[in-house]
Design a binder for this molecule. Sequence first.
Ligand SMILES: CC(C)(COP(=O)(O)OP(=O)(O)OC[C@H]1O[C@@H](n2cnc3c(N)ncnc32)[C@H](O)[C@@H]1OP(=O)(O)O)[C@@H](O)C(=O)NCCC(=O)NCCS
Length: 394
Amino acid sequence: MRDAYIVTAVRTPGCRRGKGAFKDTRPEDLLSFILNAAIDRTPGLEKGQVDDVMIGCSFPEAEQGLNVGRIATQIAGFPDHVSGATVNRFCSSGLEAIAQSAMRVMSGWSEITIGGGLESMTYVPMGGNMARPHPEYTRERPDLYISMGMTAENVAKRYNVSRQDQDQFGYESQMKASKAKAEKLYTELVPTPATRFVLQKDGTYKKEAVLQDFDDGIRESTTLEGLAKLRPAFSPTGSVTAGNSSQTTDGAAVSILMSEQAVKDFGLKPIAKLKYYTTVGCRADEMGVGPRYAIPKLLKLAGMTIDDIGLWEINEAFASQALYCIRELGLVKYMDRINIHGGAIALGHPLGCTGAKLCATLLANMRTKGVKYGVESMCIGGGMGAAALFELCD
Ligand SMILES: CC(C)(COP(=O)(O)OP(=O)(O)OC[C@H]1O[C@@H](n2cnc3c(N)ncnc32)[C@H](O)[C@@H]1OP(=O)(O)O)[C@@H](O)C(=O)NCCC(=O)NCCS
């Protein structure tokens, strides 16, 4: 099989659902902007040379429905012959899209593809605008439809992850992100136009755009005392709060993938190869345990151990599940390799975008630090885990 090289990986900032900078920015605009930004950052590449654009989205309906992968590609000005698709594997959708795009290159079916992810949780809330669970099956298998917050409570209770430990984890996420923001370490982040509707003197509103250049969910002022005071968000007797959960967020991210021949033709220096990708199922009512199973499956495929991995991006859907997985995987000794610039508790988790967002962040950090192997992993609603291994190019 051929290799698939990632030559460009970029993301928009992540901004808070309903309250943040992208609350009035249509999802198609976020995605078409970041598609163009990726093309601009790939010297010599023209849009018409891309074979296909595949985009992950967790709730592909309403403003981000109707095959947003194709629509945003057209809005971005790609010519008609460049096809586009939308894929959904909930929280790993963006990574799934990158993996499927890589597999096209690896199989020889494409030379140049784009994989990415998108979610505007402002425009389409988690669960969708009109959820319609199966009326009888909800009684037999309510676990398939329970809130993600309750799955996090289940993990905390079943595996003894204390409130204190969850808050400590949330605090560290905020502190790492605050430092990275202050030191401008998010080199994968592209300042992105945010729509504003500005009141005019005549009472009408004018549509304007301002550049948003930071993740607006980061709370630099977070303290452990402040976190301890927060009420449980999902169960009155629980331990999962707004301070130790991922934030609901708007964002988009994409990667451009090429065959070895295409890389040579364009004279590019690729960032990394996508070596392996895997998914695995687990119990739906504790979906957060997903990475604990996906990561060993991935490492077995690669013939590697946790000691071979220099950097990890493990999605912080909730502190309870991230901590449980880290402990079970024996990764506690490598905390300084995990989510080094913070995770979704501070930076947000724009569901279908997250897999592509974490890929862009991981690759940027691998390049800056010269780390050969990096792993990205996340849990997935409905009870799954996904994981991918990237190898830095020399
Ligand atoms: C937990 C959740 C419900 C909180 O949503 P929210 O209420 O809109 O969150 P907010 O940011 O407004 O925070 C709520 C409160 O906590 C406080 N808070 C949040 N983070 C804090 C921090 N780090 N330090 C101190 N206070 C904090 C806020 O100030 C706010 O207080 P207020 O109500 O007095 O203003 C939401 O983030 C959520 O659903 N997260 C999980 C998403 C999910 O399931 N994703 C899929 C995973 S598989």
